[in-house]
Design a protein around this ligand. Structure first.
Ligand SMILES: C[S@@+](CC[C@H](N)C(=O)[O-])C[C@H]1O[C@@H](n2cnc3c(N)ncnc32)[C@H](O)[C@@H]1O
Length: 223
């Protein structure tokens, strides 16, 4: 499918799948959305609820551009927490697309997006003193861990274009992969998505969404 680069309302870029009119991030602001949904409502909430955790295991469904991984790696709240980050992605972006996104210009960091993208797949790599990354080139349906992840960034394409990724089967798989007390965050607030999550045992909250979106969801695996 043809992918093109577009600029979103906060000035940061994203990728669009033309055939689906679907974007990797919100057109109201890619960077704003990533910071709000995944970092503030996900990562930060977990750290606030579990201040004594010195190690954290994060799973991202849809590694894509690596924006969520970068924000997690450089986050100030996590600098004393050892993070093991697993990013699942079946259709990696090219280095040419990465260059066109110009994401390095958004951050003043010693970690670069090239570093995140150039490491080989399916191996654990130490990116910084507290951040290790395992990019997994596989389908979401191959996820088979049990009780491993504390925080899940559920960032698949929307239910409008990929309804099979927002089903009870998928959420059951993710629920099983999470530790008790783990949380999952996603930009979607669709009623059917919320009900599928509840059906497999998640406790689901509707939260204010990022600019341009009324709501988002956070799902917790009970203790
Ligand atoms: C909304 S985008 C993710 C955006 C990403 N989190 C970022 O910050 O750039 C969804 C991602 O899921 C990937 N994807 C779609 N279907 C998949 C599947 N069945 N298994 C694994 N990855 C898939 C796409 O290639 C795309 O990179």
């Amino acid at each position: 499918m043809k992918r093109s680069i577009i600029t979103t309302a906060d000035g940061s870029k994203t990728i669009q799948i033309e055939e689906w009119s679907e974007q990797y991030h919100s057109v109201h602001g890619a960077l704003q959305e990533a910071k709000h949904v995944y970092i503030k409502m996900g990562l930060h909430q977990f750290l606030k609820d579990n201040p004594n955790h010195k190690q954290l295991s994060v799973l991202e469904l849809g590694f894509g551009t690596g924006l969520n991984a970068m924000l997690t790696a450089i986050d100030e709240m996590t600098q004393h927490t050892l993070i093991s980050y697993h990013g699942i992605e079946a259709y990696p972006i090219s280095l040419k697309e990465l260059e066109a996104l110009d994401y390095n210009a958004l951050f003043d960091s010693t970690i670069t997006f090239n570093q995140l993208h150039e490491i080989p797949w399916n191996q654990i790599h130490k990116i910084s003193s507290n951040f290790q990354l395992n990019k997994r080139k596989e389908f979401f349906s191959e996820l088979s861990e049990s009780k491993l992840f504390d925080v899940v960034y559920f960032d698949a394409f929307g239910p409008r274009v990929q309804p099979d990724l927002w089903t009870t089967d998928m959420f059951e798989r993710v629920y099983k992969a999470m530790r008790p007390n783990g949380i999952l965050v996603t930009y979607s607030a669709k009623g059917s998505v919320r009900r599928s999550m509840q059906e497999v045992g998640f406790v689901v909250e509707r939260l204010p969404g990022p600019p341009g979106k009324r709501e988002m969801l956070r799902a917790s695996r009970p203790a």
